[in-house]
Ligand binder design. Structure first.
Ligand code: ADP
Length: 276
C-alpha cells in the first residue's frame, strides 16, 4: 500500500478535503483502489456531539460511525463506502490510549504523546491499509500546519515516511496564495512560511496545491517551486470552480495523476487505460 498525506497551510477552509477527495478520484480513474481517512485534531471523540452550526452536519458511515462531513465528500468523489476507520479524532486516540493504560496494557511504562499517542495514530493508518487492502490510502490531516493540536499527527506521518520506502509515501500541502487588492499582486510568502513550518516538523512536501483568486502563472509556479523545493509540475492550482466535482478535472489537466503515479512508482491498471 502507498500512503498520501494531505496537510493544509496558511488558513483553514481552503479546500484541503476537496483536494484529497479529488486525488482519490484521479487515482481511481487510473484503475487503482483507494481508501480515504480523515484525522481531526479536536478532542471530541466523534463529531456526533458537535453543533452542526460549528462543524457542519455529521456524516454517518455504513457501520454506524458518526464522522466528519468531509467523509461525505470522500464517498461521493471516490464512489466507495467508508467505515469507522476512516475517521480518527484526537479525542478517539486519547480515549483508546487511556483505556489501554487503565487496563495495564503498557506494562508499567510512562505513557507519553511520543510514542504512545503517535503509535496509536500510526496504527490507524496501517490498519486502514490492511483492512481496506487498497492500493493507496489517502489521509487528510485536519487543521492548519502550525496549530498545536496537529503536532502529534504530523509527527506520526513523519515517522510513517521514515519507516517506509521513499516511493511509498507522498506529502501534499494545500495553501492559499492571496492577492493584494489594488496592486492585484499574488503573494507567495505565506506559502513559503507554511512550507518552512512543515519542514520544522520534519516533513518535506512533494506537491503543493494552490487556492487563489488570481491565476497561478508559470512565473509564480517557478517561484513556489524554487522556495518550496518542489518541481514546477508539482505546483498545482485548484482553480475556483462553480461545481466542486470539476476539481479532479482541473487537477488532471495539470497532470497531477501522472505526477503522483510517477512519484509513488505506481502503474495504471490496464482495464482503466484510455478512460480519460
Ligand atoms: P478544508 O478541508 O481545507 O477545510 P474543504 O475541502 O472542506 O476545505 O473546502 C472548503 C470549501 O471550499 C467547501 O465549501 C468547498 O466546496 C470549497 N472549495 C474547495 N475547493 C474549491 C475550488 N477549487 N473551487 C471552489 N470551491 C472550492
Amino acid at each position: 500500500t502507498k500512503f498520501i498525506f494531505v496537510t493544509g497551510g496558511v488558513v483553514s477552509g481552503i479546500g484541503k478535503g476537496i483536494s484529497a477527495a479529488s486525488i482519490g478520484r484521479l487515482l481511481k480513474d487510473r484503475g487503482l483502489s483507494v481508501f480515504m481517512q480523515k484525522f481531526d485534531p479536536y478532542l471530541n471523540v466523534d463529531p456526533g456531539t458537535m453543533s452542526p452550526y460549528q462543524h457542519g452536519e455529521v456524516f454517518v458511515t455504513k457501520d454506524g460511525a458518526e464522522t466528519d462531513l468531509d467523509l461525505g465528500h470522500y464517498e461521493r468523489f471516490i464512489d466507495e463506502e467508508l467505515t469507522k476507520g476512516a475517521s480518527i479524532t484526537t479525542g478517539k486516540v486519547y480515549s483508546t490510549v487511556i483505556e489501554k493504560e487503565r487496563r495495564g496494557d503498557y506494562d508499567g511504562a510512562t505513557v507519553q504523546v511520543i510514542p504512545h499517542i503517535t503509535n496509536e495514530i500510526k496504527n490507524a493508518v496501517y490498519k486502514a491499509a490492511k483492512e481496506s487492502k487498497a492500493d493507496v490510502v489517502i489521509t487528510e490531516i485536519g487543521g492548519t500546519v502550525g496549530d498545536i493540536e496537529s503536532l502529534p499527527f504530523l509527527e506520526a506521518i513523519r515517522q510513517i515516511h521514515s519507516e517506509n520506502n521513499k516511493s511509498d509515501v507522498l506529502f501534499v500541502h494545500a495553501v492559499l496564495v492571496p492577492n493584494i487588492p489594488g496592486s492585484d499582486e499574488l503573494k507567495t510568502k505565506p506559502t513559503q512560511h507554511s512550507f518552512k513550518e512543515l519542514m520544522s516538523n520534519g516533513i518535506k512536501t512533494d506537491v503543493i496545491i494552490v487556492r487563489s483568486n488570481g491565476i497561478v502563472t508559470k512565473d509564480l509556479r517557478e517561484k513556489i517551486s524554487l522556495f518550496c523545493d518542489v518541481p514546477v509540475e508539482a505546483v498545482i492550482q485548484s482553480t475556483n470552480v462553480d461545481l466542486i466535482y470539476e476539481v479532479p478535472l482541473v487537477f488532471h489537466e495539470q497532470h497531477l495523476d501522472d505526477y503522483i503515479l510517477k512519484e509513488l512508482e505506481l502503474e495504471d491498471r490496464p482495464a482503466s487505460k484510455g478512460k480519460w
